[in-house]
Design a protein around this ligand. Structure first.
Ligand code: NAD
Ligand code: IPM
Ligand code: MN
Length: 359
């Protein structure tokens, strides 16, 4: 089983190293063996090879059984033209592999209820998934560009969806809801945008094949409020690329920290990509401060969805819960009375817990 490890920039390499540690712990003592190979992506790749997604990286990723990704981009490169931007390497990889369904599970660990900035009563029992469309929308629509007209700089992007693009992610949403509490909330801005009107029409059409799932529609602005006010009302949220990007960062706070949110990007057939929802966090990079649990939980999703190793995935998640229950915390989820660990030590604690659970 081949895993392409693309650690990228900032805290990407720091947290990915802990996920690799956890995978090695799964392999120990006659566990499943993984062939892990690293390749450059992001600013690191651009600085070294002049391309944030070198062809050799794209090829290696496409041939792997799964991709473990860290983070790409820095504030310095974010404002450059696309081909010089670390984050653009990630966007190209998602597009090339047609990874249209990005699952971002948001689970309020009972052990972490006190670590959130929100009240315990508000977040207790939260268990939802943001399903973000990942290969279309304003991220990829053309025309796009910048120019000068009448002596003024102007810039334009195009929000665009085809019905096929909406239908396939909608189906993924219904299928996911079927395996959960059978509630699908489709999020759009149909009171303003034609793309959202199409989104809603297609949602209603696809729903005919899923009479056992309850479909409702909500506007993205209202959802950004309801997610904080009544987060338990959500089971699966399906939404477009840009709305999903924004809503999932907000939803991260229901878990206590963006450092807790994993993701799986899938297309139902080929290779899957697994990455924490957070970015390269330049403010804490290189300081052993980053929370590696989002990356470790992404490795668990990799085991479950791409390698079909459900027992091992569940074991890795159980190890994370155990470490939290024992009171170990990184700074972002620190609570009174807990034991503060750095990135490395947290990775070690999870790996130890995995080994112990395996017996
Ligand atoms: P960010 O997610 O990197 O950081 C936001 C805040 O959350 C920061 O204060 C950071 O310290 C904190 N944080 C993030 N991950 C954490 C972790 N694991 N543990 C503890 N704290 C954590 O978002 P940003 O600051 O908006 O972006 C930084 C750079 O990362 C930018 O260049 C951006 O383009 C890029 N980015 C990349 C990805 C990706 O690769 N998927 C995602 C988001 C942002
Ligand atoms: C994410 C990130 C990326 C996105 C950036 C780095 C291009 O914010 O994965 O959530 O906007 O998709
Ligand atoms: Mn984002």
């Amino acid at each position: 089983m081949k895993i392409a490890v693309l650690a990228g920039d900032g805290i990407g390499p720091e947290v990915t190293a802990q996920a690799v540690k956890a995978l090695r712990a799964i392999s120990a003592n006659n566990g499943p063996q993984f062939e892990m190979a690293e390749a450059p992506i992001g600013d690191a790749a651009f600085n070294q090879h002049g391309d944030p997604l070198p062809p050799s990286t794209a090829e290696m990723a496409a041939k792997a059984d799964a991709i473990l990704f860290g983070a790409a981009g820095t504030y310095e490169s974010d404002l450059r033209p696309a081909e010089q931007r670390g984050g653009h390497g990630l966007l190209r990889l998602r597009k090339q592999l047609d990874l249209y369904a990005n699952f971002r599970p948001v689970f309020a660990f009972p052990e972490l209820l006190g670590a959130s900035s929100l009240k315990r009563e508000a977040i207790e029992g939260v268990d939802l998934v943001v399903l973000r469309e990942l290969t279309s929308d304003i991220y990829f629509g053309t025309p796009r560009g910048r120019g000068v007209e009448n002596g003024q700089r102007h810039a334009w992007n195009t929000m665009r969806y085809t019905e096929a693009e909406v239908a396939r992610v909608m189906r993924a949403g219904f299928e996911a809801a079927r395996k959960r509490r059978r509630q699908l909330c489709s999020v759009d801005k149909a009171n303003v945008l034609e793309t959202s009107q199409l989104w809603r029409e297609v949602a209603i059409e696809v729903a005919r094949d899923y009479p056992d799932v309850e479909l409702r529609h909500e506007y993205v602005d209202a959802v950004s409020m309801h997610l904080i006010r009544r987060p338990r009302d959500f089971d699966v949220i399906v939404t477009g690329n840009i709305f999903g990007d924004i809503l999932s960062d907000a939803a991260a706070m229901l878990t206590g920290s963006i450092g807790m949110l994993p993701s799986a990007s899938l297309n139902g057939e080929g290779v899957g990509l697994f990455e924490p929802v957070h970015g390269s966090a330049p403010d804490i990079a290189g300081k052993d401060l980053a929370n590696p649990l989002a990356s470790i939980l992404s490795a668990a999703l990799l085991l479950r969805h791409s390698l079909k190793l459900e027992a091992e995935a569940a074991l890795m998640e159980k190890a994370v819960r155990q470490v939290l229950a024992e009171g170990y915390r990184t700074g972002d989820i620190m609570e009174e009375g807990a034991t503060r660990l750095g990135t490395e030590a947290m990775g070690d604690a999870v790996a130890q817990a995995i080994l112990k659970l395996k017996g």
